[in-house]
Design a protein around this ligand. Sequence first.
Ligand code: SF4
Length: 415
Amino acid sequence: MRAISFPIHVLPAVRKKGFVARTSTVVISDGGSMVRADTMPASLTVSRSLPDLTAEELAAWMVSHGYNAAHAPRVLRELYEANGERSHPDARMPAGLKELLSATFSKEAASLAMRQVAGDGTGKLLLRLGDGRTVESVLMPDYHPARAAGCVSSQVGCAMGCDFCATTQTGFERNLTAGEIVEQFIRLRREARTAGRTLRTVVFMGMGEPMLNLRNVLAAVKRIADPALGALGWRQVTISTVGIVPGIEELREADLGVQLAISLHAPDDATRADLLPMGKRFDVQDVMAAADRYQASSGRITTIQYCLLAGVNDSLAQARDLSRLLHGRDMHVNLLRYNPTGLSLRGRTFAPSSMEKTDAFLAELRAHGTVAHLRRARGPDIDAACGQLRRRAAAGGELGERESVSLPSSKCGTK
Ligand code: SF4
């Protein structure tokens, strides 16, 4: 991967010119209160990749170097295409511009560190970022034979501390840039193409809490959905949250018309707060009220994510409580099968609900008028739960492209 390097003393000037997206992050203290802090680690090397650029930024750069701005959308459009190699081969592009582009911008915001492909075509990618950190993205085949969904990460690690989640066990490292998110989309689109499918939807359910990196997430979504770039469409994007109420409000104000998913996992505050520390900060009623407002303004039906954990949140009484909570709300419940991740953050061992319990929970929801579905279990044998592959790689597992690991399908995070 090519990169432009700047000595650290020129970074402020470089940033001023817009060549570095300043990133602020939010960390959660033990008490559950939110603290804003600019924790983006200083780096001696700054690289700007094409996925990091908007069409306007690239056009301005071209003009500043004496070239026609009209080349910019063509270069980026090609980058977002599902087929072909990444290059700058536009025949109508002046040779000098082509060389300058190649010398100035890397074509990729991340490289492939590991790839696992399941027997049903589900693929899990571990991407290495410019600073050596890694994130996961997953391609999930749809029931429709020609379609697939992509699951992308928004942060490196996660500060949310959901007790059943593998991602959070390595802590929070940093927010992803918009370009690093776009890179995941581009790679998943090509992965789908290779599998003979079309990437139809993208869900932010991988590593991290999207609402705590919303500026970069929205910047990426705008490029992914933009008819002139990724052309995926707003409705085809789902942003999932553990229930960060200010983030839901900000998303509503952004008015993009994307889908919202809430990781509820319990209908009551006590159980929820025991599983999700954020449940102490935002109670169930507050989260649902924010979802109501988002739904009223966007017209999109909210999805309620509910990961069934044996003996924790899978009783029939809890199913009835969930139905009661959703009564009068036009929302859908997605029941998820838990992929065991070993010892939890707080030393517990969670287990997936039995199929019998799962079916009974689903039937109870439906009997009480709730629209609910069971999401297909995706292969535990490709480190399928969010964060597992990365954790194994960090623990010394081999890194490199591994294809056809003869595995079934994969599942992204439980958000
Ligand atoms: S489930 Fe999502 S929000 Fe919770 S710790 Fe894991 S990555 Fe973070």
